[in-house]
Design a protein around this ligand. Structure first.
Ligand SMILES: NC(=O)c1ccc[n+]([C@@H]2O[C@H](COP(=O)([O-])OP(=O)(O)OC[C@H]3O[C@@H](n4cnc5c(N)ncnc54)[C@H](OP(=O)(O)O)[C@@H]3O)[C@@H](O)[C@H]2O)c1
Length: 274
């Protein structure tokens, strides 16, 4: 576009701060007492006036209107050698403090956060928004066989609704809503969550769950955070069906961002039409 055309066109909308991003995605505003105060520390030393455009750029896939099916974003934090934990399962913390803030931002921008039962057993996560101002998402747990520990935080804290997506024959844990599905294929789970009103979904882990959703072609955007550490053994993050030729490899559009000492790669698999 030439300078002449730009001056005649509509002015670009002002960049949105955190409050406006939350309002756009969740259709709610932050309570006055919860105005964000935490930046710019989490965004890699960017000057305060540049924070709004930086956040808008990082979370752009969540800001576009949702049309045919819910928008699905996933997140994984891994080492340089692709590990998400040690061989004993110790994973606190692979990535740094800035990644935790970023993860809480993703939770705040999404209606629901989905994890596999393995993550609840291993980490006992709360899946709430604590590092930034913002609303909690619904917490959805997928489980095919195993139950959840009765003292799991997300079953007891009452901080947000907890839903269970189970096979038809699994005993229902004490959740706010249970969906007994014919199968736990990601497409079936997504259809169920869409019918329940979810428009923006964060698939937060663990490895099996994120890999299954990616293999199913249902992850629109993967936020992959790489920490400058080598673990050398232990589980890897992404494990997809075998391919034989490089031309079968996934080649998403990749946008890198600084995230404290870590590097965030936003991988966009499905172009979002505004
Ligand atoms: N670094 C990170 O970003 C990150 C994030 C989260 C978790 N983690 C780590 O990841 C590890 C846990 O990951 P994980 O791969 O072992 O487990 P997971 O993905 O959390 O959970 C796997 C379980 O979820 C259920 N499940 C999920 N999708 C399913 C599907 N499509 N079909 C059938 N069942 C499905 C099954 O439950 P059943 O057992 O009932 O069959 C399965 O065993 C922990 O060490 C945790 O610390 C790392």
């Amino acid at each position: 576009m030439t300078q002449h055309n730009r001056s005649r066109g509509a002015a670009a909308p002002p960049p949105m701060g955190w409050e406006a991003l939350v309002a756009q995605c969740r259709r709610c505003s932050l309570p006055a007492a919860a105005q964000p105060v935490e930046w710019p520390a989490d965004i890699g030393g960017i000057a305060a006036e540049a924070v709004a455009p930086a956040l808008q750029a990082r979370y752009a896939p969540l800001l576009a209107p949702v049309r045919q099916r819910p928008r699905v974003v996933a997140q994984l934090g891994q080492s340089l050698d692709g590990r998400i934990a040690t061989a004993t399962g110790h994973s606190h913390y692979v990535t740094g403090a800035a990644d935790r803030v970023h993860l809480h931002r993703l939770r705040a921008l999404c209606d629901a956060v989905l994890v596999g039962a393995g993550t609840v057993v291993a980490d006992n996560p709360r899946l709430t928004v604590r590092e930034v101002a913002g609303p909690n998402p619904v917490r959805a747990v997928v489980m095919s066989r195993s139950g959840l520990p009765a003292d799991a935080a997300l079953l007891r804290d009452g901080a947000a609704p907890t839903w269970a997506l189970t096979g038809p024959s699994v005993a229902a844990p004490a959740v706010d809503r249970r969906f007994a599905l014919p199968d736990l294929a990601p497409a079936t789970a997504l259809q169920c969550l869409a019918a329940a009103g979810v428009q923006r979904l964060l698939v937060e882990g663990g490895a099996r769950t994120v890999s299954a959703w990616l293999a199913a072609g249902l992850v629109d955007t993967l936020y992959l955070v790489v920490a400058p550490v080598i673990i050398g053994s232990g589980p890897t993050g992404l494990n997809l069906p075998r391919i034989d030729h490089m031309d079968e490899a996934l080649r998403p559009a990749v946008t890198p961002f600084d995230l404290g000492d870590d590097r965030l790669y936003r991988l966009d698999f499905n172009a979002v039409s505004a």
